[in-house]
Design a protein around this ligand. Structure first.
Ligand code: COA
Ligand code: NAP
Length: 258
C-alpha cells in the first residue's frame, strides 16, 4: 500500500538512467503512475522503447551509454528542450557479476567502475544546469557493497563506495542552489538481474533470505516507494544521505546463534 496520492508528480519531469529494466524501471513506472513525465535510458534502444511502452502515460525511451558523457548530455538536453527543467534525476545504470580478483582483468574492474561510478558522475554532471533550482532531487542507486566488503565483488564494492562519496560531495556543492542529492541502497530485490547474478540458485537465494532480519527479499515496488519519498516535500531537508531499503540486510546475519 502506497502512502503517496495520485497526481503527486503531475507536471514533473523525471529522468531515470538505466531505467529500462529491473529496479530502475520500477522506479520510473511509479513516478509515471503518480503523474510525472518519465524518460528512461539504457544502451539498447529496442529495450528502451519497450520499457517506455510498458510504462505508458507518455513515457519515452532513450538510448545512451552512461560511460559516454556527450551521449548522456545529449539525451538530457533533448528532454530539457522538450520539457524544461528536470525535477528528478535517477542514476541507476550498473553492471555486475561475481568474480574473484584473481579472475578479474583490469578491463573487467574498469568496466564496472566506469558504468556505476563514472556513469553516475556523467549523469549528475550532465544534468546540473538542466534541473530545477531550487527543488531538484537527484538519486544515485547504490548498494550495500559500498559499505560492506564482499568477496568476488571488488569491482562493485569499489564502484558503489565511490558513488556514495560522490553523493555526499555533490550534496555539499549543490545544496546551496536547492538541489538535493541522495543515495538509495536496495538490498536483495526479488526478480532482478542483479540477484540472478549474485544468487543464481534457489538454494543460495533461500540461504541469503534466511539471514535477513525481515526474512525475505525486497520487492521492486518497495524500492520505488523509497525513491518517490526522497523526491517529495516530506524529504525537503534530506540531502547527502544514503537511504537503505534492504530489510535490515546490512546489520548482518540475523539468525539466532550462541
Ligand atoms: N567474470 C569476470 N570478468 C568478466 C565477467 C565475469 N563474469 N563478465 C565480464 N567480464 C569482463 C570481460 O571479460 C571484459 O574484460 P576483458 O576485456 O579483459 O576480457 C570486461 O569485463 C568487459 O566485458 P564486456 O562484456 O566487454 O563489457 P560490456 O560493457 O559489454 O558489458 C558488463 C558490461 C560486463 C557489466 C555486462 O555484464 C553488462 O552489460 N551488465 C549489465 C546488466 C547487469 O550487470 N545488471 C546487474 C546490475 S547490478
Ligand atoms: P538491471 O535490470 O540489469 O538494470 C540495469 C539497467 O542499466 C538496464 O536498464 C540497463 O539497460 C542499464 N545499463 C547497464 N549498463 C548501462 C550503460 N553502460 N549505460 C546505460 N545504461 C546501462 O539491474 P537491477 O538488478 O534492477 O539493478 C538496478 C540498480 O540497483 C543497479 O544500480 C544495481 O547496482 C542496484 N542494486 C540492485 C540490487 C538487486 O537486488 N538487483 C541490489 C542492490 C543494488 P541496457 O542493458 O540496455 O543498457
Amino acid at each position: 500500500m502506497s502512502a503517496f496520492r495520485d497526481g503527486l508528480f503531475d507536471g514533473r519531469t523525471v529522468f531515470v538512467a538505466g531505467g529500462t529494466s529491473g529496479i530502475n524501471l520500477g522506479i520510473a513506472r511509479r513516478f509515471a503512475e503518480l503523474g510525472a513525465y518519465v524518460a528512461v535510458a539504457g544502451r539498447n534502444p529496442e529495450k528502451a522503447r519497450a520499457a517506455a511502452e510498458s510504462i505508458g502515460r507518455g513515457a519515452e525511451g532513450f538510448s545512451c551509454d552512461v560511460r559516454d558523457y556527450e551521449a548522456v548530455r545529449g539525451v538530457l538536453e533533448r528532454i530539457h528542450s522538450a520539457r524544461g527543467p528536470l525535477d528528478v534525476v535517477v542514476s541507476g545504470a550498473a553492471g555486475n557479476f561475481l568474480a574473484p580478483v584473481a579472475g578479474l582483468s583490469s578491463n573487467g574492474f574498469r568496466t564496472v567502475v566506469d558504468i556505476d561510478l563514472n556513469g553516475t558522475f556523467n549523469v549528475f554532471k550532465g544534468c546540473y544546469d538542466l534541473v530545477r533550482k531550487p527543488g531538484a532531487s537527484l538519486i544515485a542507486i547504490t548498494a550495500g557493497q559500498a559499505v560492506n566488503p564482499m568477496p568476488f565483488q571488488a569491482h562493485a564494492c569499489a564502484a558503489k563506495a565511490g558513488v556514495n562519496q560522490l553523493v555526499r560531495v555533490l550534496a555539499m556543492e549543490w545544496g546551496p542552489e536547492g538541489i538535493r542529492v541522495n543515495g538509495l541502497s536496495p538490498g536483495p530485490i526479488a526478480g532482478t538481474e542483479g540477484m540472478a547474478r549474485l544468487a543464481p540458485t534457489r538454494e543460495i537465494a533461500d540461504a541469503l533470505a534466511s539471514r535477513i532480519p525481515l526474512r525475505r527479499f525486497g520487492e521492486i515496488s518497495e524500492v520505488a516507494e523509497s525513491a518517490v519519498f526522497l523526491s517529495t516535500s516530506s524529504a525537503a531537508y534530506i540531502t547527502g544521505t544514503i537511504l537503505d531499503c534492504e530489510g535490515g540486510s546490512q546489520l548482518g546475519d540475523s539468525r539466532p546463534r550462541l
